[in-house]
Design a protein around this ligand. Structure first.
Ligand code: MSP
Length: 524
């Protein structure tokens, strides 16, 4: 049954150029969106840029530019990156857009109307880099400077501030984290370890502040700078950048217009975020929404972080990897494949050029590329380039075709769980089996001894390639489109449902050409 599905990436800060960590979340979200479309669902996929706050204001100043001009420029890098990465996003949101400021104001007014906001004053240790407050016990001191656990320096700030009654919503959050799978009100924090972490964090807060819960309320406005969305009715304040940023997910869905065409997509099916921003997405965001009478997103999935050749990616080390350069060196689809195959989504991983080259050479070029090339060359040469007739499965055919039939279901299950590496493994299990099969059956030798059997073997192999190419489209859209062209699968027959309808016997196949270019490991 067709469903409405909505997936988001975080919106990226425009204080810096995009790096491979940004590309990662975006590609993963793209794979999910494409998989859903392949299943026939109606999909909305959103990405964009986070452009307000002190950190961006400072970056603009450092660049000697006005914040608006600066954010226009850096945001464009991220927009260009969506094309470089082949993203199929349906919208690209910028928090400096009028539609977004309107949504933020509407959400604020709704919270104020419901008495979820009050005026007070705020003081504490604030890290501009993280746009977050920290408790004194979380800090470490070096050379007279205090640092947050993230490594960001903190400073003492005191200013009037509006507060959100976060404390009131924490017990409700705990209830929702623990609702059973499938329950309409469940907030599904994944992976499990992250859910436990967030739950423990909330429980600890409730325990520590049992006698003064207002301490758990959240400061949601600032007066010390101006680059933000003005608080309705009190323009000396700008909204806390995370309240502003998180709201993007409903802005793009049309909020506050309940009749907006896109509002049908809310609540979002999944927010993809890095592990560093889990608390914002699993505590603040659902609390804001519930307080405004809006359903929170159904799932938040936190992925891990990439190190680069064994080292933390950092500005000071200057080792951040530009995804544009990677695409130029290895091709887009090998990069997309690598990012999702190398590391379980949710775990940390190491990015190395050698590992990428190994996957490209061994799995893409050798296993999949060769299977396609051998099969399609034989059909060209031995069958006059015409697709042989379907044949009944006998002997070794049975296991191969059974595995093929089961594969899309298994891939789908893993993609729904965001176990992308396992989804890919399911496809490659069948590809490897087919490579064993072609060697064992030796269809090239059958040409002289048993043409009927040769044709049957080649037809089975064509089916394997069609199944693999279809299921791999979300991961490697460009290359799999080329493979499906070579397999002569019409463009309107490339979704999962179409696999049930065999191509007509005698379909003319174009001459094959290599799908992947190998990389010298030394040069990698
Ligand atoms: N603007 C906020 C998000 C607001 S969402 C309402 C933000 N932006 S960010 O640009 O700093 O980070 C965006 C994403 O990139 C985060 O999910 C973060 O986890 C991810 N990554 C940053 N460095 C990364 C790696 N080294 N590896 C993997 N992901 C990384 O946070």
């Amino acid at each position: 049954m067709t469903q409405k599905r909505y997936v988001t990436t975080p919106i990226y800060y425009v204080n810096d150029k995009p790096h491979v960590g940004h590309a990662y979340t975006s590609v993963a979200a793209d794979v999910l969106a494409r998989w859903w479309r392949l299943q026939g669902h109606e999909v909305f996929f959103l990405t964009g840029t986070d452009e307000h706050g002190q950190k961006v204001e400072k970056a603009a100043r450092d660049a000697g530019m006005e914040p608006q001009a600066f954010t226009d420029q850096v945001s464009q890098h991220f927009r260009d990156l969506t094309a470089t990465l082949g993203l199929s996003n349906d919208d690209f949101i910028r928090t400096t857009e009028a539609r977004h400021k309107a949504a933020c104001s509407a959400l604020w007014e709704e919270l104020a109307r419901r008495a979820e906001i009050y005026l007070g004053h705020d003081e504490g240790w604030y890290a501009v880099r993280d746009e977050a407050f920290y408790g004194p016990d979380e800090l470490t001191e070096r050379d007279g400077v205090k640092y947050a656990p993230s490594g960001a320096p903190v400073e003492w700030v005191r200013e009037p501030s509006y507060f959100f009654r976060l404390s009131k919503w924490l017990p409700e959050l705990l209830r929702r984290f623990d609702l059973p799978e499938g329950h309409a009100e469940r907030i599904d924090v994944q992976p499990e370890a992250r859910r436990n972490e967030v739950r423990a964090f909330v429980q600890q807060g409730l325990k520590d502040f049992a006698d003064r819960p207002e301490k758990l309320d959240l400061s949601i406005s600032r007066t010390s700078f101006t680059w933000g969305v003005k608080v309705p009715g009190d323009p000396a304040h700008v909204m806390y950048v995370w309240l502003d940023a998180l709201t993007n997910y409903i802005t793009a869905a049309g909020y506050p217009d309940a009749n907006a065409e896109r509002w049908k997509f809310w609540p979002a099916s999944a927010h993809f975020v890095g592990k560093d921003i889990v608390r914002f997405h699993t505590i603040y965001w659902p609390a804001f929404l519930m307080a405004a009478g809006i359903s929170p997103a159904k799932r938040v999935f936190a992925h891990g972080w990439w190190t680069i050749e064994g080292q933390k990616m950092s500005k000071s080390l200057g080792n951040a990897i530009d995804p544009v350069a990677l695409v130029a060196d290895y091709g887009l689809d090998p990069l997309r494949y690598f990012l999702l195959r190398e590391v379980p989504f949710g775990a940390d991983g190491d990015f190395s050029r050698k590992a990428l080259a190994n996957r490209l050479n061994g799995e893409l070029a050798d296993a999949l590329g060769n299977l396609a090339n051998r099969t399609l060359s034989l059909i060209q040469r031995n069958c006059e380039g015409k697709l042989p007739a379907p044949a009944a499965a006998i002997g070794d055919d049975v296991a191969l075709l059974d595995a093929l039939a089961a594969m899309p279901g298994l891939v789908g299950k893993h993609v729904e769980d965001q176990a992308f590496h396992l989804a890919l493994e399911e496809v490659f299990r069948v590809v490897r089996a087919a490579n064993g099969y072609i060697t064992a059956q030796a269809p090239w030798a059958l040409k002289k001894t048993d043409v009927t059997r040769m044709e049957a073997v080649l037809r089975h192999l064509h089916s394997v390639l069609r199944g693999a190419a279809t299921a791999l489209q979300p991961f490697m859209p460009g290359t799999m489109a080329a493979l499906l062209d070579q397999l002569a699968v019409p463009e309107d027959s490339r979704d999962l449902a179409a696999l049930a309808t065999p191509l007509p016997t005698g379909t003319a196949l174009p001459p094959p050409s290599p799908l992947f270019r190998k990389i010298e490991i030394e040069a990698a």
